[in-house]
Design a protein around this ligand. Sequence first.
Ligand code: ADP
Ligand code: MG
Length: 383
Amino acid sequence: MSDSSISQGAAITLNKLTKRYGDATAVDAIDLNAEPGEFLTLLGPSGSGKTTTLNMIAGFVDVTEGEILVDGKPVYALPPHKRNMGMVFQHYALFPHMSVGDNVAYPLRQRRLPKSERGRLVADALNKVGLANLSHRMPRQLSGGQQQRVALARAIVYSPRVLLMDEPLGALDKKLRDSLQLEIKRIHAELGTTFVYVTHDQDEALVLSDRIAVFNQGKIEQVGSAQDLYERPSTIFVAQFVGESSLFHGLAVDHGAGKGVLSSDRTLHAHRGDARTGAPAALVVRPERIRVQSIDGTAPSGNAVRGRILQEIYLGNSRKLEVELGDGSKVLVRESAGDVTANRPGDLVWLTFRAEDAVVLTSNESPDRPQAADDHVPVFASH
Ligand code: ADP
Ligand code: MG
């Protein structure tokens, strides 16, 4: 505790970490690691096992199977207060009868630090969260955002080597959330502490994280940087949970180096993919990578699918088109403001995209989904 400003973050390793409640598996044999000083986010929908994982790391929830290592050492024998981890929750009630300064000093009193040192560390922590002048206020005199800053100051005041946060901004309105996100990012960079951060908000995860672990039903679907997840999703779940995706359903077919998928009109090509040949698959493209083109004239070369524009959504800096395909499925196309075409709802159009922007992924959709490619029945009659 000699230098409060730098605490080198710890490495965290989860090996086959599992939590069962009766027959239900909340966390299912996950493998995950955080590098020293990394900002690692656990992202996933409600009920996917994020909080349970965080609480096992903190020591609040017993591990059913597997292990947690901090700097290579198992921590199962350590109670929460001996793990040297700070925690911030969505509703981390401050002690209402204590001033801001006393709240932040609390963990130091628990650790029996001398008063002189406490004062310095409290001032330092409040300074880091931008509340240097509010030490004498009572919690009820603070806004929600300020209260969360105090909770953050209280969590970092004893320079823990790991900071665990569970939806700390979940109760705040969007504007405040956005500004606190940037503060948390700044504080992380300043401290060098390892952050493990839980959120169900993909935008928040993209803003904050060095790497993101995407949770689904107690398992991790993919771990990677924001860019990895966005540009190289390895599952359809990730493609749909992180950003928006347009899916073209069909069967995977082999095309040498790359992969293609049979879709409603013709074979579509993608440069990457994991789907087994012959298996139900979806070709996944980001909506901003799809171009819309009038159906008059000759069919475009390369990847092209016919559809009908159902509706247009104006978004200021872009517009989104919802397009119905021949098999009845719907996809999204995003045109940026400078690039808006003249196509309107009701129009029959070609959707085109580059193979480089597409990936073919295994689908859980039932294989008996209508395959227009086989019957080749044009669903949209020409007008
Ligand atoms: P998340 O934080 O991603 O929303 P949780 O980790 O809270 O998800 O929960 C994961 C699953 O474990 C959920 O199905 C939840 O109902 C279950 N669960 C969590 N805590 C308990 C508990 N104490 N007893 C029984 N089931 C629980
Ligand atoms: Mg939770």
